[in-house]
Design a protein. Structure first.
Length: 474
């Protein structure tokens, strides 16, 4: 047992905060952003994360570390990487990945020295508890020669036969994002293989962070986080001769709060991503809370028969469900709402609704007097799924907006929603294809009611089920 005593105390100290999630991963206290170095080692899942251990704001970044058997119940480990004064990473140990190099656990990360970004490597000899930086760091110094880049960071490394590949996030200022590909035989000497994918306009920004390349049979999924647009874009296509041949692309999560995901394959071969869900309230409110940043629920990715992206929470989520309330089939009249016989702020709700010319959805975290609520709905006129947080909180410190995703239901296809509410985080999965992740901070402790609504016609919900979710923290 490595459990860090301070970590436990900090978790207990903050456990009374009504906005602190109960079944999502977050650090014991202070700041967290990107997931890093995800790897399953000897059956156990290791999650590293960008962490400022001294403040609930971004700053000099370390790698925090936690370990789990099921990706829900976590044990805090000591900080894995800290900046070394006077070295390449003295300004921060930024994002990167983890690999099993001939049975040696190895982290490959972005070292920040002022504005300079290089790639460094660290290994562990004590079962991933402490980490030693390689004496020959950095292992990659120069971006491609003769080009000006918007950044050069976030190595994602995978084994390719007897060799290794690495992709790095970058971009051309004023032109578009790019992902560079490198090859190595020993993780120490890298040769450039060229740009994996270049985007020749600014639709997707001018700097791509945290690239991931995941394989599904013959097809590949490339994820990048678009700096300045605060969104993650996915590309599906082929990978041939060191180039990504694009077939389709789009926004990975339209809720406006999900960023910098990192994917890995677990020992059963599932492709799973974690992602950073940032706060939706002022910096002052974050500092006052003493913590900031949550990891989204682990999501399993796969490709549909038709080549589309399939996204669903990992099945282990079902082990933290309890107290089901199965409402069954209900019809809500046009321009009416129906208060449901369950309530709470730590829930999973499953809904299925027939869609023709009706708009419908659910309001969660509703105050009894109607002063606060968050609405998740399908707008049949625009063909969009939305999350509306304009009335989510009476607090002036919180973001109030409406986020939407264009969704494409086949004729007679039901709208199927899985909605995870965990105090200040809401994750919506629609038809295993579209996601909306957002943060909300109701002020009123009794903003717990849930109701269905229908507009432009009645709606029959063929399934309405809810579980209370177990708290995973002390
Ligand atoms: N966060 C890290 C960078 C990465 C960014 C720094 C994405 O490595 O590009 O904390 O959120």
């Amino acid at each position: 047992m490595i459990m860090d005593g301070d970590a436990r105390e900090n978790r207990l100290r903050l456990s009374g905060d009504p906005h602190r999630p109960l079944y999502h991963f977050l650090p014991p206290c202070n700041w967290m952003n990107d997931p890093n170095g995800l790897i399953q080692w000897g059956g156990r899942y290791h999650l590293f994360y960008q962490h400022n251990p001294v403040s609930a704001s971004w700053g000099i970044i370390h790698w925090g570390h936690a370990v789990s058997q099921d990706m829900f119940h976590w044990e805090d480990y000591p900080v894995a990487l800290s900046p070394t004064p006077g070295s390449w990473d003295q300004s921060g140990c930024w994002s990167g990945s983890a690999v099993n190099y001939h049975h040696i656990p190895t982290l490959i990360y972005t070292a920040r020295n002022g504005e300079e970004e290089t790639v460094c490597l660290a290994t562990s000899q004590d079962d991933l508890v402490t980490w030693q930086k390689h004496p020959r760091n950095p292992i990659l110094v120069y971006p491609p020669k003769g080009v000006t880049l918007s950044g050069f960071r976030d190595p994602f490394v995978w084994q390719n036969g007897s060799g290794w590949n690495m992709i790095i996030g970058s971009g051309y200022p004023g032109k578009g994002g790019v992902v560079f590909l490198y090859h190595s035989n020993d993780l120490m000497r890298w040769e450039i293989g060229g740009p994996l994918l270049e985007w020749e306009n600014l639709d997707y920004g001018e700097m791509w962070e945290c690239p991931n390349l995941l394989r599904f049979g013959e097809k590949y999924l490339l994820l990048v986080s678009v700096m300045g647009q605060s969104r993650v874009v996915y590309f599906i296509g082929d990978y041939q001769g060191g180039r990504f041949i694009l077939q389709q692309h789009g926004t990975f999560d339209a809720g406006g709060s999900f960023y910098a995901p990192l994917g890995f394959y677990d020992e059963t071969g599932r492709a799973i991503v974690f992602g950073w869900v940032w706060e939706g309230r002022s910096r002052a409110a974050q500092l006052a809370a003493g913590w900031a940043g949550v990891q989204a629920l682990p999501r399993q990715l796969s490709l549909e028969q038709n080549g589309g992206l399939k996204i669903e929470p990992i099945k282990e989520i079902e082990t933290i469900r309890h107290n089901i309330c199965d409402v069954g089939r209900v019809t809500v009249d046009a321009d009416h709402e129906m208060v449901l016989p369950f309530s709470g702020n730590c829930l999973e709700i499953c809904l299925a609704a027939a869609i023709s010319k009706n708009s419908c959805g659910i309001r969660i975290l509703c105050a009894p007097d109607g002063s606060e609520f968050t609405e998740i709905g399908y707008d049949c006129q625009n063909g969009t799924l939305y999350i509306d947080r304009r009335k989510s909180s009476l607090s002036p410190e919180t973001i109030k907006d409406l986020r939407e995703a264009k969704i494409d239901l086949a004729k007679k296809e039901r709208l199927e929603l899985r909605i995870f509410v965990d105090r200040s985080i809401v994750e919506v999965f629609a038809n295993k294809q579209w996601c909306l992740t957002s943060r909300v901070y109701p002020e009123n402790n009794s903003s717990l009611n849930v109701c269905l609504f229908s507009k432009q016609g009645e709606t029959t919900f063929s399934e309405v089920r809810c579980w209370q979710m177990e708290r995973i923290w002390p």
